[in-house]
Design a protein around this ligand. Structure first.
Ligand code: SAM
Length: 220
């Protein structure tokens, strides 16, 4: 497992710079998002067999039937969040911990929920060594974290057939939820903005393909 090594060479840094330049050319404008992607060694989050591919703009398997999202998708969802330093952000779908690390690098106070025990344990151990102060939870992301709510921002990193109402309830007024929404292979990236009176406004930001959110906690 390369994760144990955590060596970031000039070659890695160079490849990362090129990757970020490509993502900029695909339309990401938020410099704080681009800077976080350039800073974080994505290869730390991947198994050694995929090290060569860490700086291609593609998703990759991380075990337990899951993937680390494509870097452009991470940048796109993060840009939609319109985050500011110090915000309290909830992520659904910790996976490798890469998205959570991007948020932490940008100064967010990050809470992240993973449903699969094996991934949760592996990523918790890894994130402890990496040193980002991200709070990780094992549980069903549909339910959010009522005891830590409300959140300024919520990001869902798996496809949601329905918008989870508990998560909308856990958003602050003025808060933003970003979610790939849809029942089919292709989802629409929605940005849901909660108004001061608790009503919501929805914007659609194009088509993406995510692994689905998993339901029942017993299946891992
Ligand atoms: N954000 C991750 C990263 O940076 O590596 C990638 C997320 S991966 C595309 C989707 C993740 O959501 C998987 O790790 C999966 O196990 C998790 N997941 C699926 N259903 C879930 C649920 N109901 N609650 C929490 N996590 C869930």
């Amino acid at each position: 497992m390369t994760q144990l090594e955590m060596i970031d060479t000039y070659r890695h840094k160079g490849l990362r710079k090129q990757l970020v330049e490509g993502i900029r050319q695909k339309g990401i404008r938020d410099e704080s998002v681009l800077a976080a992607l350039e800073k974080i060694p994505r290869h730390y989050f991947m198994d050694s067999s995929f090290l060569e591919f860490a700086y291609q703009d593609k998703p990759f398997p991380i075990g337990s039937g899951q993937t680390i999202s494509q870097p452009f998708t991470v940048a796109f969802q993060t840009e939609l969040l319109q985050m500011k330093k110090g915000m309290k952000v909830l992520e659904i779908g910790t996976g490798s911990g890469y998205q959570a690390s991007v948020l932490a690098e940008m100064g967010a106070r990050v809470y992240s929920i993973e449903r699969q025990r094996k991934l949760y344990q592996k990523t918790k151990e890894f994130m402890t060594r990496l040193g980002y102060p991200v709070k990780l939870f094992l549980g069903d992301g549909y339910l959010g974290l009522p005891s830590f709510a409300p959140f300024d921002r919520i990001i869902i990193t798996a496809a949601a057939p329905e918008i989870p109402q508990p998560l909308v309830d856990q958003l602050k007024p003025g808060g933003i939820l970003v979610v790939p929404h849809g029942k089919d292979d292709i989802q629409h990236m929605l940005r849901i903005i909660k108004n001061a009176d608790g009503t919501t406004k929805e914007e659609s930001h194009g088509a993406f393909r995510f692994v689905p959110l998993l339901g029942d906690l017993g299946n891992d």
